[in-house]
Write a protein that binds this ligand. Structure first.
Ligand code: SAH
Ligand code: SF4
Length: 356
């Protein structure tokens, strides 16, 4: 089977190709000029092009399905070379602003949500991805390919910076080597040049891996899927809490290097009558005391057979206002793409049902 060239950092490519500047040229072709095969890389010697063609694939993913939501977010289902499928979402955050002559004054802003694994081992009770079990880790190239494919499919110019969130399928810190390698490949100035500060890793709270990630000092942003403020409820929702309880997560976050201008995001999935009360909000404030935190409240997105319910909007707003009034930055995540099965795992599930 051919190797995936997107799996390689520029340094690794330099080691297999001589002279070293060829790696830079190839990076430019793939990430900045969007060529789809090696024969188009005209400044490479013909022999090298043939050699690359025989040994490497460029993009290992193909688009299997695509759903556009009313709010313009686009959900992709990609097929890997071995037939496994993963989801990613393009979220337009802000439209371009044009002046009176129709010239773009301010560019549109995008966030791309990527998957890190096929399935997930963590087994959270509310998550559809968990239901299918764990299949395998994605390689760094498969992670990079999600962003490359989505930028290309939407003609987003190579030098337009996008934000990346590792909030699709899978637990990124359970695949820390490939994920952090993808972070570095995204960083490369000869490639997509997406800085670590534009990338957010979301984790269910593997405390020892948070510590490991912190030691790497990549400059990446961190999001913690907290969802509950006491261990009993958190254990029910997220069995991983038995191994890494709330206190261990808070300790790991306190030791994590955070840019002075940035904050650690705490995601709080709100489920009706479970964790949407003011008592929980109070506990949350206590828990996050002393941390440069921001809280992102997420509406639980129900799916057929899910045991949890979407919270009432009024309870959501009450919770948010309570946190804000007590000095905690808190926003409600706009349920982008709710009409396109937005939460992770939901497009995959739908496609499997359609196909069966
Ligand atoms: N495994 C990582 C990243 C992927 S999950 C993590 O858990 O952080 C990304 C986010 O989607 C998590 O915060 C998760 O709690 C949320 N999520 C899972 N199922 C959901 C659902 N049905 N509705 C809304 N959000 C959901
Ligand atoms: Fe895995 Fe995240 Fe889903 Fe939990 S919420 S099962 S960690 S993908």
């Amino acid at each position: 089977m051919k190797k995936i060239i997107l799996d390689l950092t520029k340094d690794e490519l330099q080691k297999v190709l001589k002279p070293a500047f060829r790696a830079k040229q190839i990076y430019n072709w793939i990430y900045q000029k969007d060529v789809k095969n090696f024969n188009e890389m005209l400044n490479l010697p013909k022999e090298m092009r043939e050699d690359l063609e025989n040994n490497y694939t460029i993009n290992p993913l193909s688009i299997l399905r695509k759903e556009v939501s009313n709010d313009k977010s686009i959900k992709y289902l990609f097929s890997c070379k071995d037939g496994f499928t993963v989801e990613s979402v393009l979220l337009p955050m802000k439209d371009a602003i044009k002046d009176e002559n129709g010239q773009i004054k301010k560019e549109a802003k995008y966030t791309i949500c990527v998957s890190s694994q096929v399935g997930c081992k963590i087994g959270c009770a509310f998550c559809l991805t968990a239901k299918g079990g764990f299949k395998r880790n994605l390689t760094s190239g498969e992670i990079v390919a999600q962003v490359l494919s989505i930028k290309q499919d939407n003609a987003i110019a190579h030098n337009r910076r996008v934000n990346i969130v590792y909030m699709g399928m899978g637990e990124p810190l359970d695949n820390i080597d490939n994920v952090t390698k993808a972070v570095k490949i995204f960083n490369d100035l000869d490639g997509l040049a997406i800085g670590a500060r534009r990338q957010t890793i979301s984790t269910s709270g593997l405390s020892h891996q948070i510590a490991k990630l912190g030691q790497m000092n990549l400059g990446i942003l961190l999001a913690i899927s907290l969802h509950a403020v006491d261990d009993k409820l958190r254990e029910e929702l997220m069995p991983i809490n038995k191994a890494y309880n709330i206190e261990s997560i808070i300790d790991a976050v306190k030791g994590f290097p955070i840019d002075q201008r940035k904050r650690v995001m705490f995601e709080y999935l709100v489920m009706k009558d479970l964790n949407d009360d003011i008592k929980s909000a109070k506990k949350l404030i206590k828990l996050l005391h002393g941390i440069r935190a921001k809280v992102n409240l997420i509406y639980f997105n129900p799916y057929p057979g899910s045991p949890f319910k979407r919270p009432d909007e009024s309870d959501m707003i009450r919770f948010k206002n309570y946190l804000n009034d007590h000095g905690l930055i808190c926003t409600i995540r706009q349920s982008k793409g709710i009409d396109i099965s937005a939460a992770c795992g939901q497009l995959k599930e739908k496609t499997e049902n359609d196909l069966s």
